[in-house]
Design a binder for this molecule. Sequence first.
Ligand code: GDP
Ligand code: MG
Length: 839
Amino acid sequence: MTLADLINGEKAIILKVRGRGAFRKRIIEMGFVVGKQVIVVRNAPLKDPIEYNIMGYEVSLRQSEAALIEVTKDLRNKSKGNHFEGTIELEHSLSLIPHLIDKTINVALVGNPNSGKTTIFNYASHSKEKVGNYGGVTINAKEAKFKHKGYTFILVDLPGTYSITSYTPEELFVRNHLINELPDIILNVVDSSNIERNLYLTTQLVDMDLKVVIALNMWDEFKDKGDEFDYQALAKMIGIPMVPTIGADGKGFGDLFDKIIEVYEDQESIVRHIHINYGKRIELSIRELQKMINISGNEQLTVKLSPRYLSLKLLEGDPEEIQRVKKSCVNAYKILDFAKKESDKIAKLHNETMETVITDAKYGFIEGALRETYHEATKKNKITRSRVIDAIVTDKILSYPIFLFAMWLTFQATFYLGDYPMQWIGLLFEWMGKITNEVLAKSAFRDLISDGIIGGVGGVIVFLPNILILFFFITLMEASGYMARVAFIVDKLMHKIGLHGKSFIPMLMGFGCNVPAIMATRTIENKNDRLVTMLIIPFMSCSARYPVYVLLINAFFKGHRGSILFGIYLFGIFLAGAMAWVFKKTMFKVNTVPFVMELPPYRRPRFASVLKQTWFKGEQYLKKMGTIILLASMIIWTLGYFPTGKKYDVAMLQKTVQINNRFAQKVKQQQSTPKQKAQLEQQKQKLLSILQAETSRLKQEHSMIGRIGKFIEPVIHPLGFDWKMGVSLIAGGAAKEIVVSTMSVLYPIRNTENESLSQRLRKQVYSSGKRKGKPVFTPLVALSFMLFILIYFPCIAVVAAIKNESGTWKWSLFLAFYTTTLAWLVSLITFQAGSLLGF
Ligand code: GDP
Ligand code: MG
């Protein structure tokens, strides 16, 4: 029977894993190996995928994939760790590259996803110095510096991986980092509440002959289980010191960093150079290969890489290492030939692929080592808290309403909680504008400061509170583990549009910012799926588009703000789905990928760390204000100011004089009473202010930006947009917030009262053309405009990210073109249909 035949709650033992290539590799890394027990936890709401428990982790598989795993319900087949051959001791010391004691220690954080690497990283780097992204590397590897006991630690947070084969870009990245950057110490972060699977990665580090220190993180969760674990004994056996830590509370870090220093200085006696014994036959091949690699002429390679590790990888047929050997070994051909022959022989002997043989040996070693050092508390089939929560949030009936409610709540909260701080910031900028106008003499410079900079940047910065709230909720969902459940419940639906439940997480992240979301597609193994996901992520409304929505919704949809915003976001999701379906049917023909995904246990998010991450993102937003938005506002203002159109000023002056004279005459002729006089004065002021507004308009239209706007107006006229909206859209190509700052520069304050931008928008009327006298903005126009904002060209940063991730400009250009065309069509239909229906 196969895993797919089991019903909820049933247990079975794995007999064989069928299937090939990437699927097989991944599934084995995740712990689906012969002799292990699997429990069926539950089906997703739409029956597929299915959640299993293996090695203490909850992992989801699709039914079709589960059918590839042969199992038996006879629990006597459970593995007894038969492969355990112990370790092989080696003579030479681990310091492969002798170093003078330098007071800087480079530490690389390596470990499974969700083992707590980032938590440790944040806690440590919190103490000092900058946290910056790695330049030139597209994947997120953060670096931080801090001091401990006189040493400078340079900590690098690497992406989480289950292994360091070259199966995903992350794994390849981690491997290349270890090989090329040669960190002094590897800090292997291990989830000690479920240690078995985590140690798989550790065995690979052992193969690589690296100096490793293990952080037994989640020690609190381990303690709760009540198991016994003689970690000192295990540390001795594998020659790697281990230190218990509780990342979330910052406990054990002092000891951990002390230990790192000891190991760095070769003071720690536990550290030994050992190897996992893969059994006689394999060891024989390794020894032969090692000899062949270790000849003179290959030093270029062997100073960086352990020959033993290379030999193993060559036996496994790892394409990356084969390339490496080809490139830098003098006897490459001989080595590869020998490796291939040996590999075939061993595979035949075991009737398994070489990779499986080695993986089994690794798990066999882990199991044996744990049998000697780890004792589970008396079996209690405890129903964990995570199970209870999952029973509700992945329930057949409740799951989707709960998800939609969570999203809706998020948007409501951003409005209602964000309103007040938003007004305060608005008032602050108004006040700054006023002060500037009072302090500085009237000049182009003053106008630049008050209209261009304070107006432009201030128009966007007021949305900071809303954005912080939005990020707060997204971070909360990520940190608690709910995001993974969302991927689980939507997999079947995503499958319908040809994608994978996993694509949904980058899509959700896209609500924050599309750029990291596009980077997050790296967790999607299949190249086509990755590309399709990247191409639809821009339909996820990022926080930069958000100010535009808020502005227009506040101005024109006062009654249903949360619902309208929610609707726009939903429409974006719908479009993403539709486009994915089209892409999969046309350019990227269907090929399904395994849905092997971990469902981490729910963890109570630490309030402080959520706040910190939220603020971190808020800071990035502010930085963007200070740089690109500031620059764009100044450019837009300049384009709108020059050429200044002096002749209009002159004309205005003449007319002002005329008006003044006319009224003065009237007053004289009529011998008016004081009351009449006041009336006349009022009339005069009104005329003058109309004259002034008219002049500003003429000047603006005469300026460069006016000319650009007028030039593109015919294209956007059918969508219900005026030329200023067109200019705002063009400017928004740099970053969507600029749409708002541009609008606040182009629709400036015309009279003495300080009106908010939404008030100004409500008052705009066409001054010429067929629509003369009609309001520029109606709810319909606002809707059409918001849809355009949602769909068209995302922003330069996104286009660049897609270029980086896909490797060519082709897809970036394609994206730029198809989104803008689609936006135009959708807005056209909306506006024209809406107008016909009389909105
Ligand atoms: P990463 O994927 O390895 O970077 O893991 P994270 O640092 O993002 O941590 C995953 C989750 O585990 C977060 O919700 C953390 O708050 C939580 N966490 C980290 N360390 C501990 C710990 O020692 N104990 C407990 N209970 N939770 C922890
Ligand atoms: Mg992390």
